[in-house]
Design a protein around this ligand. Structure first.
Ligand code: NAP
Length: 325
C-alpha cells in the first residue's frame, strides 16, 4: 500500500495519515501494542506531544523496530509538541532536548507549538500538567519569541519542520508576519465534518501551510464516558457519513478520513483497537466523487468538541467561536 504525503513549504513530505497517541489516557503497554500494530499495518507517521506522556513509548517501539531491521529512522515521520509552560526562549531548546531523549532520536520531523496560550514555568521542563493548582497564565509573553526559537532549532537541524497547533487564522497570520526566515509549515487543529474550520483552512492555503486534523472522526470513544458529556451523534453517526459508508462498502470512519485527505488535510486518528487501526489506514483504495465531497462539505458546523476551556481568560485564547457564545 502506498501512503500519499502532503508536501510542506520546505519540500519535505508529511504522510497523509498518522496514528494519534494523545487523547484518552492509555497505559504504556496499550500504547506499545497500538504502535506495533500501527507500524505492522503500514503507518509511518506518529503524532505525540510532551504533555501526552507517550513520547517514551514511541521511543521504545521505534528503537525496537529499528534494531530489528524492520524500519529505519528515516522511514518514520514523528511530530511532537512544545508544552505551554516552555514557551519562553530559554526553555524551548531544553524542552525539545527532553523530548528527543524520550523519543530516542536526534531529530523530529515536525515540532509544533502545542497551543498559543502561555503558562508560567514552575521549574520543570518535563511535563505540563494543566490541573496542577500552581500553574498560572503568563499574559506578557509574545508567542513570536517562541517561534523565533523554533526557527533556530530548524536551522540547527534538530527539527526537520516547524509549525503550530490550535492557532486560529489571525494567530497564523501573526506568526507568518513575525517569522524571521522560516514560516510555519503546519497547523494542527480540531477538524471534521461537524467543525470544518473553513476560514482557517483558507488562511493556511494562502500561506502554503499544511493543515492536520485532530479528532478527525470526532473521538467517538468519549461518548460512553460520562466524564466528557460528549454528543451522542458525532461525525461518525451523521446520516451522510453512514449513507456513503454503505454505498462504498467502507466504514463511517473511513469515509470521514478519506473526505479529509481528498481535501489535502492530514489526519491523525487514534485507535487502540487492532481491527480499527487496520481499517483506518485503508483509505487509499477508493475515492469520493465531487458530489459526495460537496455533500459532506455542506453539513452544518456545530460547536467544537475540544474548547480547551482551561485556557479561557488568557489574551491568546484562540477560539473566538467559544468566547462569542
Ligand atoms: P479521534 O482520532 O477522532 O478518535 C479516537 C477515538 O475514536 C478513540 O476512542 C477510538 O476508540 C475511536 N475510534 C478510532 N477509530 C475508530 C473507528 N474506525 N470506528 C469507531 N471508533 C473509532 O480523536 P482524538 O484521539 O481526540 O484525536 C486523535 C489524535 O489527535 C490524538 O490521539 C492526538 O495525537 C491528537 N490530538 C491533538 C490535539 C492538539 O491539541 N493538538 C488535541 C486532541 C488530539 P478505539 O481505541 O476503541 O478504537
Amino acid at each position: 500500500m502506498t501512503i500519499k504525503a502532503a508536501k510542506l513549504l520546505n519540500g519535505t513530505e508529511m504522510p497523509f495519515i498518522g496514528i494519534g497517541t494523545g487523547g484518552k489516557a492509555a497505559d504504556d503497554s496499550t500504547t506499545r501494542e497500538m504502535l506495533r500494530k500501527a507500524f505492522d499495518a503500514g503507518y509511518r507517521h506518529i503524532d505525540t506531544a510532551a504533555i501526552y506522556g507517550t513520547e517514551h513509548v514511541v521511543g521504545e517501539v521505534l528503537e525496537e523496530y529499528i534494531q530489528s531491521g524492520r524500519l529505519k529512522r528515516e522511514d518514520v515521520y514523528i511530530t511532537t509538541k512544545l508544552a505551554q509552560c516552555n514557551h519562553k526562549p530559554e526553555f524551548v531548546r531544553p524542552a525539545l532536548k527532553c523530548s528527543l531523549k524520550r523519543l530516542r532520536t536526534d531529530y523530529v520531523d515536525m515540532y509544533l507549538i502545542h497551543n498559543p496560550v502561555t503558562y508560567q514555568n514552575q521549574g520543570t521542563l518535563e511535563q505540563f500538567i494543566p490541573d496542577l493548582p500552581n500553574y498560572k497564565f503568563d499574559v506578557e509573553h509574545d508567542i513570536a519569541e517562541t517561534w523565533h526559537e523554533l526557527e533556530q532549532l530548524y536551522k540547527d537541524g534538530l527539527v526537520k519542520g516547524i509549525g503550530l497547533s490550535n492557532f486560529n487564522a489571525k494567530q497564523v497570520e501573526y506568526i507568518v508576519e513575525k517569522a524571521k526566515e522560516i514560516k510555519p509549515m503546519n497547523d494542527q487543529v480540531e477538524l471534521h465534518i461537524h467543525f470544518p474550520q473553513k476560514e482557517l483552512r483558507h488562511t493556511c492555503k494562502k500561506h502554503g501551510i499544511v493543515v492536520t486534523a485532530f479528532a478527525p472522526i470526532g473521538c467517538p470513544g468519549k461518548k460512553s464516558d460520562p466524564k466528557y458529556n460528549w454528543p451522542s451523534d458525532g461525525p461518525i453517526d451523521d446520516p451522510v457519513t453512514v449513507k456513503l459508508a454503505e454505498k462504498h462498502k467502507k466504514t463511517p470512519a473511513q469515509i470521514l478520513l478519506r473526505h479529509l485527505i481528498q481535501h489535502a488535510i492530514v489526519v491523525i486518528p487514534k485507535s487502540t483497537n487492532p481491527v480499527r487501526i487496520q481499517q483506518n489506514i485503508e483509505i487509499f483504495d477508493f475515492e469520493l466523487s465531487l458530489e459526495e465531497m460537496d455533500e459532506l462539505d455542506a453539513i452544518d458546523s456545530r460547536p467544537r468538541l475540544y474548547p480547551m476551556k482551561i485556557n479561557l481568560g488568557h489574551p491568546d485564547y484562540p477560539f473566538d467561536d467559544v468566547t462569542s457564545q
